[in-house]
Design a protein around this ligand. Sequence first.
Ligand code: CA
Length: 225
Amino acid sequence: MRSHTIAVIEDEQTIASSIAARLGKEGFTVEVAGDGPSGVELCERTRPDLVILDLMLPGFDGLEVCRRIQRDRHVPVLMLTARDTETDVLVGLGVGADDYMTKPFSVRELVARVQAILRRAQRVPGPGGMPIQLGDLRIDPGTREVSRGGNPVHLTPIEFDLLFKLASHPNMVHTRDHLLSDVWGYEDAFEGRTVDSHVGALRKKLGADVIRTVHGVGYAMNPPR
Ligand code: CA
């Protein structure tokens, strides 16, 4: 099997080289860039399978890098932030990263997330099935299109999968652990804001009423009328 290429865009050299060394050991081809403009250039040149992207970069920041590299194709992005509050801001902006990790993080965990995101990206979409209609919310797994009140809503691939999972069992409460394993394919239940941040993105795009929080448990659909 062809080895996957991973681009690491990170200006802190010790972090960049420890990530690169570990991914190299796992059999990945790793390319490193240390600022925004060279990160974009690197992605155009090497067309990586996944990008590990630091938020704060010289030149222009990770947000701008994320926008530019996603212009003509979706490439999975694992975003690194210095604080949880930064993740909240990113989610509010609908940046479209597949996952976020807050520094300091364990490199072992980063590798596990990289492997899971790549497995997801490779999964061939199934036959699709029938569209789901919940009130004015319509989800079509065949075309992966979503609309609310007839207005199309653009979701990232992982946002679509999360919404589809919740909407397929609209009366069920889903724990964060189950969502991480079913939607992200994570085998270990990692701590963190991964699920919360993507639920936040869905609420922002579809309306705050669409998903309800079940405190201490997880999330459920709140089917619109
Ligand atoms: Ca940085």
